[in-house]
Write a protein of this length. Structure first.
Length: 355
């Protein structure tokens, strides 16, 4: 292990490797230094930014600007939690901020600005809380479905017996309606109960699953929808239940197809993510499958609720597809995320890879 020779070298190393974005300004809020994390956050290098005023980094309408000027004037440090920052490079980040006023050895006033982005963490905790609520709702509906299943079978059986007894075609119309509607309800109940049992895992190549789903959808395709592939074929095999993964992916791809209607594009993209946290578990590598469509986007009024059972934006939808997909992926220790705006909807399935 390399031993740092000087303190300066040690400090340098820490500054270069910390995840906190660190910026140092002079009393006029002109930038003196920023570390690599800050370069990443603002998408520019120290050379491009040195000497520039703070206002070229963050939207000048942010109240933060006045607060920094005031901090330098009054020599008062401050901290802010979970601040939404509108960066001028187009990014928006939620971050914890720390502002410290320093006197340099030459007697100059300097302002040290630390930014700890917390977007990732927030998303994880939010996901956990939301997932718990989804589980409760889903369990409730499953119990209800279970209660309906048996009497429904009884009703259908009785209607069938009656149907055989009846001689008049007019009267049999009624029994047919009962049987037809009972069948429709039965299908709904079965979907509500969903696939049961634990995943039967085996080593699988995720691209085989994707190609399988792609073929099903393409075979059924009666529209002008175009399918595109963007695969990272270096993704290692994952441990999973092929049937369950096919089902989860199919539900999402079908939604994209339904959202597009007659024409549009669906892209399936795969990538490897490193050091990714799902729930409380940190994973060294994770497979990410994005299903991207250029349709109208998720209707605003249901956007926050689409993973709940029976939430649908389609007249003929049951609102169960995503809820089932979420459960199946969760059983694999994974997660589904979604981002949507008109013209671009991305569903991302994250699956841990244990190697
Ligand atoms: N790619 C997408 N683009 C736009 N809206 C979407 C997309 N995916 C899902 N949605 C919206 O989310 C809703 C919920 O989807 P979900 O798959 O859970 O149920 P559903 O498709 O309505 O019914 P089911 O899948 O049970 O037949 C959809 O009705 C649709 O409004
Ligand atoms: Mg669906």
């Amino acid at each position: 292990m390399a031993v740092p020779t000087t303190k300066t070298e040690l400090y340098q190393r820490i500054l270069e490797h910390t995840n906190v974005a660190i910026l140092l300004f002079d009393a006029d809020l002109k930038l003196r230094y920023l570390n690599p994390s800050a370069e990443m956050l603002f998408g520019a290098s120290v050379r491009q930014l040195a000497g520039q005023h703070f206002s070229i980094l963050i939207n000048p309408r942010e109240p933060l600007m006045d607060q920094l000027v005031e901090a330098v004037r009054s020599m008062h440090p401050f901290a802010k939690h979970e601040q939404l920052l509108d960066l001028l490079n187009g990014k928006t980040v939620t971050a914890d901020l720390n502002v410290t006023i320093i006197q340099s050895s030459f007697g100059e006033t300097e302002l040290l600005f630390e930014i700890t982005p917390i977007d990732r963490l927030m998303r994880i905790s939010r996901d956990d809380a939301v997932y718990e609520q989804q589980v409760t709702t889903r369990d409730l509906l499953r119990s209800l479905a279970h209660e309906i299943k048996n009497p429904l079978g009884g009703l259908r059986g009785a209607a069938q017996l009656l149907d055989r007894e009846l001689t008049s075609e007019d009267q049999r119309e009624y029994t047919r309606v009962i049987i037809g509607e009972a069948d429709r309800l039965q299908k709904l109940v079965n979907r509500l109960l969903g696939p049961s049992g634990m995943p039967k895992t085996e080593n699988i190549n995720i691209h085989q699953i994707i190609e399988y789903v792609r073929n099903i959808v393409i075979t059924e395709n009666d529209s002008d929808i175009k399918f595109h592939r963007d695969y990272d074929t270096s993704i290692p095999e994952i441990k999973g239940d092929p049937d369950m993964l096919v089902q989860a992916l199919l539900n999402i791809v079908k939604n994209a197809k339904q959202a597009l209607g007659d024409s549009g594009n669906i892209t399936i993209r795969t990538r490897v993510l490193r050091k990714f946290t799902i729930g409380q578990m940190k994973h060294r590598i994770v497979a990410k499958i994005d299903i991207i469509d250029d349709g109208p986007g998720i209707p605003g009024d249901i956007k926050e609720k689409i993973f709940y059972p029976m939430i649908t934006g389609r007249a003929e939808g049951t609102g169960l597809g995503l809820s089932i997909a979420q459960r199946l992926i969760h059983q694999h220790g994974g997660l589904i995320e979604c981002e949507s705006e008109p013209g671009k909807t991305v569903f991302s399935i994250m699956l841990p890879i244990e190697i």
